[in-house]
Design a protein around this ligand. Structure first.
Ligand SMILES: [Zn+2]
Length: 91
């Protein structure tokens, strides 16, 4: 298993962070909501919702690949991150 060069813990994955703008359409999962349920939902301020047509447009920011334990950025490219996880790359 790959070992983080910063904290030396073994990991089978990396965290990724990418900046940008996400857009989506918001729907109620159940589009036919009885009036009495709608009233309860308003009172509870909650509802079953779903997003569709999610689009993500990166803003050109760097995708960071971080250790899931110490959260240090280890890599700035997917190639390096994959090589690290595959044990090809040690730092
Ligand atoms: Zn670490």
């Amino acid at each position: 298993m790959a070992k983080c060069p910063k904290c030396e813990r073994e990991t089978d994955h990396l965290e990724t962070v990418q900046t940008g703008v996400q857009s989506a359409n918001l729907y109620l999962s159940n589009k036919e909501i009885p009036p009495e349920l709608a009233k309860i939902m308003r009172e509870l301020k909650t509802a079953a919702i779903e997003y569709s047509d999610i689009e993500f447009e990166g803003d050109g920011g760097v995708m960071d690949y971080k250790c899931p334990f110490c959260h240090e950025t280890l890599f700035g490219s997917e190639d390096d991150a994959v090589e690290f996880l595959a044990g090809i790359k040690s730092d």
